[in-house]
Design a protein around this ligand. Sequence first.
Ligand code: DC
Length: 441
Amino acid sequence: MLRRSESDLKSRMITIDGPAGTGKSVTAQALAARLGLLYLDSGALYRGVALWAERVGIADPEDPRLAESIAGCNLNAVTQDARFRVRLGEEDVTDALRHEALGQLASRLAVFPVVRDLVARILRQAAARHACVAEGRDMGSNVFADAGLKIYLTASLTVRGARRLEQLRALGKPSDADAVRREMEDRDGRDQTRTASPLRIPANAVRIDTTRLTQNEQVTLIEELYRGGGWLRSVGFYRVCHTFLRILLIGLLRMRVHGLAHLCHGPVVIACNHRSYFDPPLVGTALPFAIGYLAKDELFHPGWMGAIFRRVNAIPVRRGAADRRAIREVLAALQRGMPIVIFPEGTRVKGDQLGTPLPGAAWLARKAKVAIVPACIWSDGFWRGLRRGRILSAHFGTPLRYPPEDGAGDVAKMTDEIIAAIGELRREARENVEKPAQVDA
Ligand code: DC
């Protein structure tokens, strides 16, 4: 493993936070192995403190001796054969840490700043020398707040309970399902409500719901976010391009934006017509906040082009195939709150008619349970328009939603509605070229 400069180490750092049973440990370990990073298990350190407390006879976290004697807690961590090992003095206690009672005590002790300071110090020391994957409850929000990629894992309580039960069974400690769920709820409640570094979604974190993901899928998704440059790394470059294009197109070329009020910050699928290569930057420029794009995979080759596209939030999709990686990436971006532009016609369509719609936009919106905002970019007759001072306009329509009671939702019907709404916006755009409407951007 190479030693690197401090800022390089931070940008290569991954944090994975979330409640118990979301698959943090297995995911972090697998990622560390795939990416050659050091694995840090902060929960094991809190459990190490709990074991020490038990041994010195501090069973009650309110015991005033905790603050006095914690200096004597000779806790440290080493990575041996790519496994995270916890030691008390010279004794390796890792194998004694994995039982629920110790997890409960760890959670009760973890509310005390003296305990948190001790664990944070050990973790930061380890991360000072190597790029790491650190998992826990406050890795991205507190201990490694400037990590390059922050992940927050969630899953339904039922699935989390079942996973924990399975883990305990594998360890030869079969337990009662209801008891495991109750203990989990208790622990989550305490971890989320304590004053010192509570469990919460870190700023800029990618939130991933693992309820329906296999372990391999969730590891691959994070690996791709990391290798692809992730969303976080593109922020600076996106902002520079976005500001430049807004000055040029809205400030100088007087691009008009209609229906902005239909879009609020948050996850929606924006379904737009597609006539020119300029459509993606035009939609992005029309909106005052960052959005992501689904773009054909061919645009990402050679690699330097891919790097640029990645930095403006484009997600490569292989057309004509069920590209599961692209789907996972879009869903993760939507979960993180980023609107995504999709061109339902699939390719650029010249002429006055809209192309035959593909069901992808409607399907993804249903899967992610988000609304679809129809959009139309008008850039026809550029040179003629330039002379008349009216060239470009972007139009956003009323959001379309699947009926809440209809769990399955009819994708084909929604696809037709989307294309009809885009067609309506295109008519509006044409009229606006002749008779400019009120500008709301
Ligand atoms: O992840 P785990 O089950 O091994 O963690 C045990 C407890 O340690 C958890 O319930 C709360 C505490 N903990 C914490 O407060 N902050 C962390 N970063 C990690 C764990």
